[in-house]
Design a protein around this ligand. Structure first.
Ligand code: PHE
Length: 362
C-alpha cells in the first residue's frame, strides 16, 4: 500500500478486495479451499484485517465512513462464505448419496449356532433305536465301588482282567478305606445297579463316560460307552443277535452284515465280540478291489464294534436273581468308536479338543 493520503489508499484497497472476493470464494471447490480463501481475507493476517490497521491514520471525519465500509464488506464476505459452505456441503452430500454405496456398518461378531457333538448325536440315535425296541434309559455314578465294577460281575479278586482295564482308584480298602472305589472302567456297573434295584423282565440301556489308563490315537483316558442288557425268561442268543443286527443296520446301513467271534468277558457266557461290515469300503457293494485296499478294515471287510454275550449265572446270583429261572444278554460298545466309524473321524482326540473347525463339520 502506497503512502499518500491514507484514506484514498485504504479505499482503493477496499475496492480491490470488494471486486475480487466473490470470485475467490466462488472458485473454492471444497470446504478446505473455501476456508483458506476466507482466512486470506478475514484471518489474523488477512487483507481486510490488515486494512483495519489503517484506522488510526484515517482523518477523524472519515473514520465512520471507512469503518462502515470495512464492516459492510466483512459481513458480505461472511454471508457469501456461509452460502458457499452450505452449497459445498450439499454438493458433497449429493455426490455421496449418488455415488457408490458405502457400507459404514461394522461387521458384528459372527454368531454361529451351537451344534450337537458327534458323540451326543450317536448317543441320541442309539437311545432312539433301542428305545423303539423297548429298552429303558438308566444312569449311574461315575465313581463306583470295586464290587459293582468287578466283583459282582464275576471278576475274581486279582484276576488279570482287573488290570487289563488299568484303573483310576479313588479309595482303597488296603489303605484303610471302608470300601475300594474307582472311576468306573465300563458301564457294565449299570447291569449290577439296575438288577439289584429291580426285578426282571427288564431291558435297559445306559450310556455314559468311563475311565481307563489308556491314551493313544484310538484310546482316550475318558471315553463313552453304551451298555445294553435284557433279562427275562428263556432269552436266547438269537435275540441278542437280532437286536444287534437291527442296531447296526439302523445306525449304519441296511445292508450291513453282523459277525460274532467268541471272546472272553467274566460276566458273560458265551461271550463274543461283534464285527459289522466295514462302513468305509462297503463290502455289500461287492467292489472287491476296494475292500482289499481298505485301510480302515485292513482288507478284511469287517470292523469290530462291541462286546456282548449271555449274562453269566454268577452275575444273576450276585444280584439275587435265580439263574435257573432267568436268562439274559448284555452288550457294551464305545460311543466314541461308533461316532468315529459313523462320521469317519480318524483320531479320537478330535472328539475332545473342542476345535471349532472340526465340530462345525457336523
Ligand atoms: N464291559 C465290556 C468292556 O468294557 C463290554 C461288554 C459289555 C462285554 C457287556 C460284554 C457284555 O469291554
Amino acid at each position: 500500500m502506497s503512502e499518500g493520503a491514507p484514506i484514498e489508499t485504504a479505499l482503493s484497497e477496499l475496492a480491490r478486495i470488494e471486486a475480487a472476493y466473490e470470485a475467490a470464494l466462488s472458485g473454492a471447490h471444497d470446504e478446505q479451499e473455501l476456508r483458506r480463501e476466507r482466512a486470506k481475507l478475514l484471518g489474523g493476517e488477512g487483507e481486510l484485517t490488515k486494512l483495519m490497521r489503517f484506522m488510526p491514520k484515517i482523518p477523524n471525519e472519515r473514520k465512520k465512513e471507512f469503518g462502515q465500509k470495512v464492516n459492510g464488506l466483512k459481513r458480505a464476505i461472511e454471508a457469501l462464505f456461509e452460502a458457499r459452505l452450505e452449497a459445498i456441503e450439499a454438493e458433497a452430500r449429493k455426490a455421496e448419496l449418488e455415488g457408490p454405496y458405502l457400507d459404514v456398518t461394522m461387521p458384528s461378531r459372527a454368531r454361529t449356532p451351537g451344534r450337537i457333538h458327534p458323540i451326543a448325536r450317536v448317543e441320541d440315535e442309539l437311545i432312539e433305536i433301542f428305545g423303539s425296541l423297548g429298552f429303558e434309559l438308566a444312569d449311574g455314578p461315575l465313581i463306583d465301588t470295586h464290587a459293582n465294577c468287578f466283583d459282582r460281575l464275576g471278576f475274581p479278586p486279582d484276576h488279570p482282567a482287573t488290570d487289563m482295564q488299568d484303573t483310576f482308584f479313588i479309595t482303597r480298602k488296603e489303605l484303610g478305606a471302608e470300601e475300594t472305589t474307582l472311576l468306573r472302567t465300563h458301564t457294565s456297573t449299570l447291569q449290577i445297579r439296575e438288577m439289584m434295584k429291580r426285578k426282571p423282565p427288564l431291558a435297559v440301556i445306559a450310556p455314559g463316560t468311563v475311565f481307563r489308563r489308556d491314551d493313544d490315537a484310538t484310546h482316550s483316558p475318558m471315553f463313552y460307552q453304551l451298555e445294553g442288557f435284557l433279562v427275562d425268561r428263556d432269552v436266547s442268543f438269537a435275540e441278542l443277535k437280532g437286536v444287534l443286527t437291527l442296531f447296526a443296520r439302523r445306525l449304519f446301513h441296511e445292508e450291513i452284515s453282523v459277525r460274532f467271534r467268541p471272546s472272553y468277558f467274566p460276566f458273560v457266557e458265551p461271550g463274543g465280540e461283534v464285527d459289522i461290515s466295514c462302513v468305509f469300503c462297503k463290502p455289500w457293494e461287492k467292489d472287491e478291489a476296494r475292500t482289499a485296499s481298505c485301510r480302515i478294515c485292513k482288507g478284511t471287510g469287517w470292523l469290530e464294534v462291541l462286546g456282548c454275550g449271555m449274562i453269566h449265572p454268577v452275575v444273576f446270583e450276585n444280584v439275587g436273581y435265580d439263574p435257573r429261572e432267568v436268562s439274559g444278554f448284555a452288550f457294551g460298545m464305545g460311543l466314541d468308536r461308533i461316532a468315529m466309524l459313523k462320521y469317519g473321524v480318524p483320531n479320537i482326540r478330535l472328539l475332545y479338543e473342542n476345535d471349532h473347525r472340526f465340530l462345525s463339520g457336523f
